[in-house]
Design a protein around this ligand. Sequence first.
Ligand code: HEM
Length: 201
Amino acid sequence: MNKILVWDWPVRIGHWLLVGAFALAWLTGESETFRLVHAFAGGTLVGVILFRLLWGVLGSRHARFASFVRGPGAVKDYLVGLLTRAEAHSAGHNAAGGWAIVALLVFGLLSGATGWLVYQDIGGDWLGEIHEAMASGMLAVVFLHVAGVAVSSLAHRENLVRAMLTGLKQGRPDEAIASARPLAVILLLGWVAACAWWLAR
Ligand code: HEM
C-alpha cells in the first residue's frame, strides 16, 4: 500500500474548525461575560456542519456519506475484526467511525438549533436544559470518537490524526482522490463566517 490523498481540504479545515468551535463553546457555556463568544462559537459549529452536510453529497469520494455510512452488518464485521485482529483497513472512514461522525453532526446541529432559540429568548428554562443535554451528548460522542481514532490508529499502525492534517493515508492508488479541492475552502470559510455572524447577532 502507498500513501495516497484521501481527505480533501474542506474535510480537514472543517474538522479542525469544528474541534475549535466545540471546545470554545463548551468552555464559555456557563459564562455571562463570554455569551457573545459562546454564540459565535456555536454559529461557527452550525456553519461547518451545514457545509459538511452539503459536502457529504458534493464532496470528494471519501467525504461522501454514501461512502462511509454503512449498515449494521458492516459495523459488526469491523468491530469483530478489531477484537480478532482481522479488521479490514479502510482508505476512508471505517464502518463504526462513520456512525460516530453521523452522531457528532446530529448532536452538533441539535445543540446549535436549541442554543440559537435560547439566545433569542425563545423557550424557557426547559429548552436551556435540552440545549445542555445535547451539548453533553455531543461531548460523550467526542470522547468515543477520539477513543475510536486511537484504537483504530493502533490497530492499523497508522497515525490517523496526522492523516486528518495532511490528508494522506495508506491505501491503494485507485482509492486516492484526484484533487484536494482547495478552492472550496474559500466557500467554506465565507459560509461559516456568514453563519457565525448571522446566528450570533
Ligand atoms: C469537538 C470535537 C470533535 C468533533 C466534533 C469531531 C468531528 C469529526 C468529524 C465530523 C469527522 C469526520 C470528518 C469528515 O469526514 O468530514 C471526524 C474525523 C476524524 N476526527 Fe474528529 N472530531 C472531534 C475531535 C477530534 C479530536 C480531538 C481528534 C484527534 C485527537 C480527532 C481526530 C479525527 C480523525 C483522525 C478523524 C478521521 C477518522 C478516520 O480516519 O476515519 N477528532 N471528526
